[in-house]
Ligand binder design. Structure first.
Ligand SMILES: *Cc1c(COP(=O)(O)O)cnc(C)c1O
Length: 445
């Protein structure tokens, strides 16, 4: 063992050591902060709305572990439930009451859900939902939308959002052409393109998978009629509609986007908020479909740690706290205050900006808008974003380190936190403009 002492202020030391033993020094690419030209944040702890780095600096956190922490960091009901569960055993590989309790809550909250299969990541949830859809339809093709991210399974790394967009990787080496060839794509919010895909391939389409509110290309809401149009197209072609609600579930409304938009999916993928920061995800749907899964049916999917007791305990505690406090309207109002404030601060400085708040998800693009799809999103000024981003971070506000990620809000964020954030945003925009390349003196080479 050759582990150095843990010195609180030596973040650069951790970064150096991390890069030595982990690709890019990270366990997931977007954590490297490459798109904003910064060194990664090494988190030491979190409490409520704030995350603290190894040097003890606190930041108002709008990343919230990329979505799961809707009650903020180290929420007491979640911590207590997980601690209690840990004392009783870390994993059993056997059935336990907590799985039933969480599955019953999901079925009660999420429209159309009668049965749930727990897995360990959103990637597993979407991957398995597609497997089930292919089995149920006897077809192989799927349709996804440009800029939507459904995890890193082979089938989804085709014009994907999130880290893939941030790094400008169109697809990924290592994905066989035979696999990516089964994934068709269309621009988000574009029903004409969808109709064209169905006209040519409808009879071979197993499923359409969609983020019902796109959150991995920045935040892009569905245009009126888009989700209904997908529902119609799937019904007519005999394809299944999969809502990937890993991000939107328990965020855009209590029951997710199905509830908010009144459009029913055939299968839904859940994650993030479901596990309250533990590696918990699920796919779910009506009994008729879910019964195709082994051991009731013939479609195989399994997991050593699936339904893990700590994860189940965390999920139950978080959902129960949401049930008890019903914070959804308040979260949306506060998110709207934040977005309106950022857009106003940008506009006041002549910077084009547009944004949206949907439940406890929010997003701002540094462009005129409107933003309906991934191409629109990519018109945002990423250089200006990076300068603005760094200035916010230096002033103690932690947004997602990419122009192509949604922001989040927790019940721990107060009006005062939002006001403080808006103060920082104003200063940061000024700093970003001052640092702008076009402010360089004439003739500078
Ligand atoms: C985060 C995310 C995933 C992937 O979940 P992981 O747990 O990171 O595998 C899938 N779909 C959407 C919409 C997501 O936001």
């Amino acid at each position: 063992m050759n582990r150095g002492p843990r010195r609180p202020s030596a973040a650069s030391d951790w970064i150096r050591r991390a890069r030595d033993v982990m690709p890019g020094g990270v366990s997931s690419p977007v954590r490297a902060f490459g798109a904003v030209g910064m060194e990664p944040l090494f988190a030491a702890s979190g409490k409520g709305a704030r995350i603290f780095d190894e040097a003890g600096r606190g930041y108002l956190d709008y990343v919230l572990s990329w979505g799961p922490l809707i009650l903020g960091h180290a929420a007491p009901p979640v911590v207590e439930a997980v601690t209690r569960a840990a004392r009783e055993g870390m994993s059993f590989g056997a059935c336990q009451a907590r799985e039933v309790e969480l599955a019953e809550r999901v079925a009660a909250w999420v429209p159309g859900v009668e049965m749930v299969r727990f897995v360990n990541s959103g990637t597993e949830a979407t991957m398995s939902a597609v497997r089930l859809a292919r089995a149920a339809t006897g077809r192989d093709l799927i349709l996804k939308f440009a800029g939507c991210y459904h995890g890193h399974a082979d089938a989804f790394l085709v014009v994907a959002g999130s880290g893939v967009a941030t790094l400008s990787l169109p697809d990924s080496p290592g994905v066989p052409a035979a696999t990516s060839g089964l994934t068709l794509t269309a621009p988000y919010n574009d029903l004409e393109a969808v109709a064209a895909v169905f006209a040519e391939h409808g009879a071979r389409l197993a499923a359409v998978i969609v983020e019902p509110v796109a959150g991995n290309a920045g935040l892009i809401p569905p245009r009126e009629g888009f989700l209904e149009g997908l529902r119609d197209a799937c019904d007519r072609a005999g394809a299944l509609l999969i809502f990937d609600e890993v991000m939107t579930g328990f965020r855009v409304a209590r029951g997710g986007a199905q509830e908010r938009y009144g459009v029913a999916a055939d299968l839904v993928a859940l994650g993030k908020v479901l596990g309250a920061g533990m590696p918990v995800a699920a796919y779910a749907g009506p009994r008729e479909l879910m019964r195709r899964m082994a051991p009731e049916g013939d479609v195989y999917q399994a997991g050593t740690l699936s339904g893990n007791p700590l994860g189940m305990a965390a999920g139950i505690a978080q959902l129960d706290e949401l049930e008890r406090t019903d914070p959804f309207d308040g979260l949306e109002r506060r998110a709207a205050t934040l977005v309106d404030g950022i857009v106003a601060a940008a506009s006041a400085r002549g910077i084009p900006a547009c944004g949206t708040a949907l439940g406890s998800m929010w997003g701002v693009f540094l462009s005129d808008g409107p933003v309906f799809d991934f191409d629109d999103a990519r018109r945002a000024d990423t250089d200006l974003f990076a300068r603005y981003y760094r200035a916010c971070f230096e002033r103690g506000v932690f947004f997602a380190p990419s122009a192509f990620e949604a922001g989040f809000l927790s019940t721990a964020h107060t009006d005062a936190d939002v006001a403080e954030t808006l103060g920082v945003v104003g200063e940061a925009l000024d700093a970003a403009l001052e640092a702008a390349p076009d402010a360089a003196p004439e003739g500078a080479g």
